[in-house]
Every structure is written in structure tokens, then in C-alpha cells.
Design a protein around this ligand. Structure first.
Ligand SMILES: CC(C)(COP(=O)(O)OP(=O)(O)OC[C@H]1O[C@@H](n2cnc3c(N)ncnc32)[C@H](O)[C@@H]1OP(=O)(O)O)[C@@H](O)C(=O)NCCC(=O)NCCS
Length: 240
């Protein structure tokens, strides 16, 4: 099997990318995914609606954010999308004028407040460590049918090349499943981030989403510009 990295066409690709994204995070299921891409309700129809909403929102984010850069990996034999990656290429410190994203994908109330707090917590380690131009790997996924065939590595190779060309470090927040890929590519651990939103007066909607998502952990990782190559021993650091 061979895969080709291609720029996406924002007018065409988001429905297929969103579906591939869902299938990648559903197998095995990652509870935090609901925070970013919820299925409101149950059953196949609710899931289809969620994928449509996700595709529309990803397109909006792409159009409204000039730092964002999407790629897809295409199976050259079938032309199917095997995976995707969303990078932010920050030529300036993105935390100079911090702006919280508007959480439109949950209704006003406890669930929306919960998600706003999750996003704040999620960004906190990087907002301390990366007050400078850098490249951020926001989303990366390989469809379960195509995993362990080098697709993720192709995305990372692209990011490393870009980082060395531009002269800035790469940062990312890793899921447990992403860590092996980043470790073999000489990413360093910066901080463990256990995300537990808190509020004094949780309403029913807050309690419901808290129950569904639970506390979850990401790891902020950094690959210094001109860092080691794949196969070098990953430098492991204690969380700071
Ligand atoms: C993380 C993810 C993108 C990796 O994609 P992938 O296309 O399977 O990765 P690759 O095949 O390019 O792997 C490259 C190397 O990374 C390491 N690696 C990747 N996945 C691994 C795993 N599950 N276990 C051990 N090592 C792994 C291996 O060294 C691998 O090289 P090898 O197969 O020659 O041994 C994929 O597992 C995924 O989409 N997971 C679900 C979504 C997710 O959690 N994304 C990460 C967000 S931070």
C-alpha cells in the first residue's frame, strides 16, 4: 500500500475527513473526543448528524484561521482518505492576545461551560511553554484500517521538514495512542495535563457530560527545531 500526502480542498474534503476522524477516534473509543465532536442523542442518525456538523465546523475553522493547514493521506490504489492532519503554523506568538474559542457545538448551559473549561485547561501548558512562533499539530489521525503502515510517520516527516525550514519548534498535545509515534520521532515530554474541569454549582447538563467524558490526560510534547531523527532515543523529561 502506498499513501500520498495531499493538500485538502476545503470545498470538497471535509465530509470524508470528518468521517475518517470519527472512525479513528471511535476505535478504540477515546472519551475526550465527545468534548470536541459530540454526538447529541443516540443511534445512527444522531451520529450522522454529528459527522455533518463536524465537517461544517472544520471547514469554518479552516476558513477563519489563516494559520491552519490541513493535509490528507490518500491510499493511491483506491483514492480513499487514510488519515488527516491539521497543523497551525504560528509565525507570531499565538498567546500574545489570547482568545477563547466560542463553543458553538454545545447548547448554552452546563455542558457548554464544561467544554469551555476543558479547552482552557487543554491549552494551559502550551500557553506557558510556547509563547513564541511555533508549529502546532492540532489534529492527527489514521483510520484503523490503515494504522501501522507509515501514514502518521508521513505527516510527522512533513512537520519536521517544515519546522527545520521555518526554524521553529513543533508542539502537540498527545493522546495515549499518539505517544509511541512522537517518542520515536524525538519529541520530548514537556508536561502531563490531567484535565478536570471544576465548578461550584454543577447543573444536570454539567454532571451528564462530566460523567460521559471523565477526567482525561494529554501530554504536551515538543520537538525542538533541528532535533534528533527517527530512531534516536526519545529524550524523556519529567513533567515540569
Ligand atoms: C497515533 C496515530 C495517528 C498513528 O498513526 P499510524 O499511521 O498508525 O502511525 P505509523 O504507522 O506512521 O507509525 C510510525 C511509528 O510510530 C510508532 N507507533 C505508531 N503507532 C504505534 C502503536 N500503536 N504502538 C507502538 N508503536 C506505534 C511505531 O514506531 C511506528 O513505526 P513501525 O510501525 O515501523 O514500528 C494513530 O494511531 C491514530 O490515529 N490513533 C487514533 C487517534 C489519535 O489518538 N491520534 C493522536 C492524537 S495526538
Amino acid at each position: 500500500m502506498t499513501f500520498e500526502l495531499q493538500d485538502i480542498d476545503p470545498e470538497v474534503d471535509f465530509p470524508a475527513l470528518a468521517r475518517c476522524l470519527f472512525e479513528s477516534y471511535e476505535d478504540p473509543p477515546q472519551k475526550f473526543f465527545h468534548v470536541f465532536f459530540p454526538i447529541h442523542g443516540t443511534g445512527a442518525e444522531a451520529r450522522e448528524e454529528a459527522i455533518i456538523e463536524a465537517a461544517e465546523r472544520l471547514k469554518l475553522w479552516r476558513i477563519n484561521d489563516p494559520t491552519s493547514y490541513w493535509q490528507k493521506a490518500v491510499d493511491t490504489a483506491t483514492e480513499r482518505i487514510a488519515g488527516g492532519a491539521l497543523w497551525n503554523i504560528y509565525e507570531e506568538n499565538p498567546f500574545a492576545n489570547p482568545q477563547s474559542p466560542e463553543v458553538t457545538w454545545f447548547p448554552p448551559g452546563g455542558s457548554r461551560t464544561f467544554v469551555e473549561k476543558v479547552l482552557e485547561n487543554h491549552a494551559r501548558p502550551r500557553s506557558k511553554a510556547a509563547q513564541k512562533p511555533h508549529i502546532y499539530l492540532f489534529i492527527i489521525f489514521t483510520h484503523p484500517n490503515y494504522q501501522r503502515r507509515g501514514v502518521g510517520q508521513q505527516f510527522i516527516d512533513w512537520g519536521i521538514k517544515k519546522s527545520n525550514e521555518v526554524g521553529v519548534d513543533i508542539y502537540l498535545d498527545s493522546t495515549p495512542y499518539g505517544r509511541p509515534l512522537y517518542e520515536v520521532n524525538s519529541f520530548e515530554y514537556v508536561e502531563e495535563n490531567v484535565n478536570i474541569p471544576v465548578t461550584e454549582n454543577p447543573d444536570e447538563a454539567w454532571k451528564e457530560i462530566e460523567e460521559k467524558v471523565g477526567p482525561f490526560t494529554f501530554w504536551l510534547m515538543r520537538r525542538p527545531v533541528n532535533g534528533g531523527h527517527r530512531g534516536d532515543l526519545a529524550q524523556r523529561h519529567e513533567p515540569v
